[in-house]
Design a protein around this ligand. Structure first.
Ligand code: HAM
Length: 422
């Protein structure tokens, strides 16, 4: 095959049938799970004022290196960016529309980050997620985490693990930051050159580092949970008690800080063990009780998560679960009389809710039967001159043992239904 003139941009992919059907089915499954728990969908813009995303943290990788930002054609131009995630957009929307709290919403769609692409890491990827704004009750944390947990189980995934931590709040974080900074400064020369630079800007981000040189210093760093004040400590205990009550297993990860600066109190990640490698986080989230205020809204507690759909599907492949829906139509109509009758037969079937497709171009019986076979349809409805004269079609079983028989056009829907519901 000749080299194509253009290819999809680096880090992006065309998702073609049948994979696209599987992606859609996963999103539908998530929509159903969220709907069952009283979440409504929000459809947000794909781009926002860059300032919205700066609230993710000026020193985070997403803001400093990975933003797809651009100036629009206005006069003066506005500095916009493709969304790298949706939590900030949802908080911007909350500050703008002031819905009645608690506001429970879900979303799905593509996010954009200029990352180095590799398996499970793309520049355009799909997330599904939820956010709850206006409720700081630890029961909400439990509800949100259990929604994520249950969702993986619904798909059939069994090798997903939950890790949790607490980031404290504005009153206990400074003490922790002081202790962490002391520790890191004391080991400055053992850190990677990149982390030495990060140390002066945002020491917390070093805990996110995947670089080998940093791991020993990170492992010996103080834990946030040892610095929690009374309120944060009680909140975290209640979250854990709630997870225990639901029988959801988790492990504590004292260094889990997640990649954004907005987190407070509970943070969590879902790790897909079957994935291996460093791209094994299949979802993550946490509380962000100051983000709405940071975006100009009223003080509002918030918590949510986003799940990486592309990575979840890779995890499903690795575990051999969630094959995706069958996409074939039930009947392929083969018309060797010119094609006009195929139109009528297809219409009858489709109006009855039976999937039907057909060949075009008045091709030979053999050529049309080949297309029928390729379509995956279990039955062919064959129309020749004889059938037309008798007001019938020949219904042929393409995959099983039922052979073929003539059926009256008026009985076709009934007969196909009988065959396909067995
Ligand atoms: P995040 O951890 O950046 O959190 O992303 C959530 C999930 O999206 C990750 O666990 C991963 O599965 C997937 N993901 C992230 N980057 C990529 C990529 N380049 N390629 C493929 N998949 C990727 C957030 O986005 C937060 N907004 C989550 C949240 C919601 N926190 C509170 N509410």
């Amino acid at each position: 095959m000749a080299e194509p003139t253009f290819r999809a941009p680096k880090g992006t992919r065309d998702i073609l049938p049948p994979d696209s059907g599987r992606l859609r089915a996963l999103i539908d499954e998530f929509a159903a799970a969220a709907g069952l728990r009283g979440f409504g969908e929000v459809v947000s813009p794909m781009f926002e004022d860059l300032g919205v995303f700066k609230r993710l943290g000026e020193e985070t990788d997403v803001v400093t290196k990975e933003m797809f930002d651009f100036l629009d054609k206005g006069d003066p131009p506005q500095h916009l960016a493709l969304r790298p995630e949706l939590t900030a957009s949802i908080c911007r929307a909350y500050a703008e529309h002031r819905p009645v709290p608690p506001w429970k919403i879900w979303y799905e769609g593509p996010q954009f980050r200029y990352e180095q692409p590799q398996a499970g890491r793309y520049r355009q990827f799909t997330q599904v997620g939820v956010e709850v704004l206006g409720a700081d009750d630890p029961q909400v944390d439990v509800d949100v985490i259990s929604l994520g947990w249950d969702f993986y189980r619904t798909l059939g995934l069994r090798q997903v693990e939950l890790v949790i931590n607490s980031m404290g709040d504005a009153s206990c974080r400074p003490q922790y930051m002081a202790a962490l900074t002391d520790h890191l400064v004391g080991h400055r020369s053992d850190l990677s050159p990149q982390s030495q630079v990060t140390l002066d800007r945002n020491p917390l981000r070093i805990l996110d580092s995947k670089r080998d040189e940093d791991q020993a210093v990170i492992a010996a760093a103080p834990s946030m949970v040892d610095y929690l004040n009374e309120e944060c400590s009680v909140h975290f205990e209640e979250v854990r008690a709630g997870l225990d009550a639901l029988g959801i297993p988790y492990s504590m990860s004292p260094r889990l800080v997640r990649g954004f600066d907005y987190y407070t109190k509970t943070v969590f990640e879902f790790v897909g063990d079957a994935l291996g490698g460093s791209q094994n986080a299949v979802g993550g989230g946490g509380r962000y009780d100051r983000l709405v205020e940071d975006l100009g809204g009223p003080p509002t507690a918030g918590i949510g998560f986003a799940l990486g759909v592309d990575r979840i599907l890779l995890a499903c492949d690795a575990e051999g679960v969630f094959p995706g829906p069958a996409t074939a139509v039930s009947v392929f109509v083969v018309d060797v009389t010119g094609g006009g009758h195929a139109l009528d037969v297809c219409t009858r079937l489709r109006e009855a809710g039976i999937g039907a497709d057909r060949a075009y171009g008045g091709r030979s019986m053999k050529a049309q039967m080949k297309v029928a076979d390729r379509s995956g349809a279990p039955f062919a409805a064959i129309i020749g001159e004889d059938e037309v004269a008798a007001g019938e079609v020949t219904l042929r079983d393409l995959r099983g043992e039922a052979g073929q028989r003539r059926v009256a056009l008026d009985d076709l829907v009934r007969d196909v239904r009988a065959l396909t519901t067995n």
